[in-house]
Design a binder for this molecule. Structure first.
Ligand SMILES: C[S@@+](CC[C@H](N)C(=O)[O-])C[C@H]1O[C@@H](n2cnc3c(N)ncnc32)[C@H](O)[C@@H]1O
Ligand code: SF4
Ligand code: SF4
Length: 384
């Protein structure tokens, strides 16, 4: 017999498209099963559990059948990334923010709600853009609203401003996933890259959040560590794993990413990671109980998957001024004017629903599915 929680509590109604309805229903059934047996999900709540199952089953899938379904049905986005601030307090040597000529801006809370309200079935949100979120005075209000809506929330932070008060709020809100952007295992290397940051402050803030989580016996936020690999810090990758171990942090994963785009100003810092180097990091992680992973952009260039394997366009990225681009991987190339020129629309100028069903978006998805290059993805390094 149909369990009413599937259609009401979890999904807020059935979907009019039978093919989307069938997948949603199947995912909801699996989520309900897990909810019935696992305390972890019971603590998270039924709606969150469904949201998490949906995201994990669909986003960045490598399952050919699921990809076929995605391209055929092109479901209205359930996952978005929103840039809440382009103010920053650091001048990191690998980041476009240090070099660009964009105006610094905070998104207002009202504009943020305008965005959220256009995605009534939203399940997942990332609140990181090119900037430091805590410089937006409304940032915690935004986090609070996202959690009130039962969303999975992910964020990246430089941890320079994340003091005891902010840390406590993150734990109270149960923000789901937080990346610590730490690109070195020593004070010397870190401060050379993250210009303006103080190693001791950042380590103290990381420890404070970990302590509060433990005091409050709280699993969230999950700690992920993010290390952007360049010629300046590559020699510290193994030591980085050892540092996380020494700190005694409850770390879900240490993730290594190479520069997204080796643009003019940072070209001389760009480097690849060899399989042997990856193995050494992963092995040390296994010895110390730290889960290490390498981002998709570190893959062998000859093994880059075809465009038609991409479904990352299911998570549009929304700039602080409302500009909509297909995904986050076109960031960090220090050419926002090009991103604005090839944009899919502006959400503060017209409803997202109109942008999504417009020719530009539809054609882009069609071209990607047919392995044809489109203007928005012409500079993609993840798929070819
Ligand atoms: C742009 S920052 C914004 C959030 C916050 N300011 C921070 O540093 O975490 C988001 C992530 O992008 C990473 N990043 C910066 N420059 C990059 C680059 N050239 N290529 C890839 N990732 C980069 C940062 O290390 C950080 O983890
Ligand atoms: S990486 Fe983050 S902290 Fe560093 S300059 Fe970019 S936005 Fe600012
Ligand atoms: S830029 Fe690349 S990753 Fe993003 S949607 Fe286009 S093909 Fe996919």
């Amino acid at each position: 017999m149909l369990d009413p929680r599937i259609n009401y509590t979890m999904r807020g109604g059935t979907h009019p498209n039978p093919e989307i309805e069938a997948i949603e229903y199947q995912i909801a059934e699996n989520a309900l099963k897990a909810f019935s047996t696992e305390i972890f999900f019971q603590k998270k709540g039924l709606k969150w559990t469904y949201n998490w199952f949906y995201y994990s089953s669909i986003y960045a899938t490598r399952d050919p059948e699921m990809l076929k379904w995605i391209y055929k049905n092109r479901p209205y986005p359930d996952f978005i990334e929103v840039e809440t601030s382009t103010f920053c307090n650091l001048k990191c040597t690998m980041c476009e923010h240090t070099y660009w000529c964009e105006k610094n801006q905070n998104m207002s809370y009202e504009d943020f709600l305008i965005i959220l309200n256009q995605f009534p079935r939203l399940k997942w949100i990332g609140l990181t853009g090119i900037g430091e979120s805590y410089l937006n005075p409304d940032f915690e209000r935004m986090l609070t609203e996202c959690k009130r809506r039962g969303l999975f929330v992910e964020n990246f932070d430089n941890f320079t401003l994340l003091d005891e008060k902010h840390a406590r709020k993150l734990v109270e809100l149960k923000v789901d996933k937080l990346y610590v952007s730490l690109d070195g295992a020593t004070k010397e290397t870190y401060e050379k890259i993250r210009v303006g940051a103080k190693w001791e402050t950042v380590i103290k803030n990381i420890k404070t959040l970990d302590r509060i989580k433990k005091e409050m016996n709280c699993y969230e936020p999950e700690f992920w560590f993010h290390f952007i690999v360049s010629k300046d810090n590559k020699h510290e990758m193994v030591k980085y794993i050892e540092l996380i171990h020494e700190l005694g942090i409850d770390c879900k994963q240490a993730q290594f990413t190479i520069l997204l785009h080796p643009y003019k100003e940072i070209k001389d810092k760009a480097t690849d990671v060899t399989d042997e180097e990856k193995r050494a990091v992963i092995k040390r992680g296994q010895e110390l109980g730290i889960n290490a992973s390498f981002n998709m952009n570190t893959q062998d260039k000859s093994k880059v998957p075809p465009l038609s394997d991409c479904s990352l366009w299911m998570m549009p990225f929304i700039f602080v001024d409302g500009t909509v681009i297909p995904c986050c991987s076109m960031n960090e190339q220090n050419d926002r004017p090009w991103q604005v020129k090839t944009r899919l629309g502006n959400l503060f100028e017209e409803p997202f629903r109109k942008i999504w069903y417009d020719k530009k978006y539809t054609n882009m998805c069609k071209q990607i599915s047919e392995n044809k290059q489109c203007a928005q993805c012409a500079r993609c390094n993840l798929y070819k």
